[in-house]
Design a protein around this ligand. Structure first.
Ligand code: FAD
Ligand code: UDP
Length: 394
């Protein structure tokens, strides 16, 4: 078919824009992805043990944005799910005894690990004030160590964050932007949920079904296994392109250094637990902040939405510098380099040539949760409509 719009990447950023274009314009849209499936990093499937697993790590949907939820909830079916995470901590050096405590840190965490007498929010505030009394830095914080120590004190910082961050980023928190550890909340109460957003949901039949429905439209064609960087010459005449892949790949011929990303490797194993409702670990996700194991966390997929199977599938996550780009690495050096790519992107989308737009986690070199990726796409759509530059396609 003749294409009016090319969407590079079938993750949330690309798929939401494809849907909006299809519903609101007459455009013929081609969505391409270099992978052999839709859904981007949210792709999931049911394995041979009848358990739904996510190929690229567990994905929990949570949002404060009602408009994002109103939009996405009409694709697939969703049900409420509140995520909980435990961290495996070894309280005594050189001793193999471990305890599983809630993260984010809340009253139960402090009771189990440091001080059983902490009962109330007031106790918690007093205890934390004592832990942080020697911290003189009140911000602005230059890095993640400063921001975390100021909030949690050294003891929690060392037990929960320092080594986990090293395993995850191959950098200690002092070499990462403060935003990395600022993502992690601190609770003064007993709320041990990982997120507190008012909307917390999982798709009952998986994310892939959500994407199937998002992209199911007569104006949308999908071509998988198609790498834009290898085939971009075929798309030269396309009027409008939305690019959601890595921005440094798009501008690879400009001679700038490549951006730094962290990748993940997944090691999965299946255990015969004999009972349909039996599970192996005390929470769906167990974080491993100690250096005793090289992986950062273990996910037991059966626990999400209480799936039933006589087996359980567990997946360990190992972080790595090699492999597909997953996490942008936010530090001064990378952010400065990214700003140069941003300037190239501005030129590319500049006033005369408004035909390429850069959207999403990889194109914006920014960690985005799913709701932020969807919200970003909705916001851009509104902006494009207001500016009227999609007129030719309307
Ligand atoms: P992506 O999903 O990465 O999609 C981009 C697509 O572009 C990919 O399919 C890629 O193959 C394709 N592409 C790239 N380059 C090319 C090319 N040259 N040619 C063709 N196609 C190309 N968010 C949450 O809200 N909750 C969670 O619990 C959560 N857990 C996460 C766990 C992990 C391990 C990771 C890495 C992320 C997690 N996220 C979570 C974030 C979530 O995955 C992102 O918000 C979401 O995937 C962003 O969508 P996107 O479309 O911008 O990017
Ligand atoms: N983190 C940590 N210990 C933990 C959990 C998280 O040090 O038990 C740090 C780590 O640097 C991680 C960041 O906090 O990269 C963000 O954690 P989150 O769970 O939000 O990351 P994601 O689920 O995206 O991997």
């Amino acid at each position: 078919m003749t294409i009016d719009a090319l969407i590079v990447g079938a993750g949330f950023s690309g798929s939401v824009i494809a849907r909006l274009l299809a519903e609101n314009t007459k455009a013929k849209i081609l969505v391409i992805d270099s992978r052999d499936h839709i859904g981007g990093n949210c792709y999931d499937y049911v394995n041979q043990y009848g358990i739904r697993v996510s190929k690229y790590g567990a994905h929990l949907f949570h949002t404060k944005r009602q408009d994002v939820w109103d939009f996405i909830s009409s694709y697939g079916t969703w049900e409420p799910w509140e995520h909980k995470v435990l961290a495996k901590i070894y309280p005594r050096d050189g001793c193999d005894e471990s305890v599983h405590v809630p993260v984010p840190v809340c009253i139960q965490t402090i009771q189990q690990l440091y001080d059983p007498s902490i009962e109330t929010e007031e106790d918690m505030r007093r205890w934390l004030a004592e832990e942080t009394k020697n911290v003189i830095n009140a911000g602005p914080f230059k890095n993640s160590m400063e921001s975390a120590v100021a909030r949690f004190g050294r003891r929690i910082y060392n037990d929960f964050f320092r080594n986990y961050t090293w395993k995850q980023w191959n950098k200690y928190p002092e070499h990462l932007d403060s935003s990395v550890l600022e993502r992690i909340p601190l609770r003064y109460d007993r709320d041990d949920r990982y997120f507190t957003d008012p909307i917390q949901m999982l798709p009952s039949c998986g994310y892939t079904q959500v994407f199937d429905q998002l992209l199911d439209h007569p104006q949308i064609e999908i071509k998988l296994g198609t790498d834009y960087f290898l085939e971009r010459h075929c798309f030269n005449g396309v009027q409008f392109t939305v690019f959601t892949g890595p921005i440094d790949g798009y501008f690879a011929s400009y001679g700038l250094d490549r951006l730094e990303y962290r990748s993940l490797h997944f090691e999965d194993f299946n255990i015969n637990v004999e009972q349909n409702d039996a599970v192996v670990q005390p929470a769906s996700v167990v974080n491993e902040p100690s250096m005793r194991v090289p992986y950062t966390r273990t996910v037991e997929f059966k626990q999400f939405l209480n799936q039933r199977s006589p087996y359980s599938t567990l997946v360990r996550e190992y972080s790595s510098s090699f492999g597909e780009p997953y996490y942008p690495v936010p530090n001064d050096q990378n952010l400065e380099l990214y700003s140069k790519y941003q300037q190239l992107a501005v030129k590319e989308t500049g006033k005369e040539r408004r035909n390429v737009q850069f959207l999403g986690r990889l194109a914006n070199y920014k960690y985005l949760n799913m709701d932020q990726a969807i919200g970003n796409a909705l916001d851009h759509w509104q902006q494009w409509k207001t500016e009227g530059f999609l007129k030719e396609m309307l």
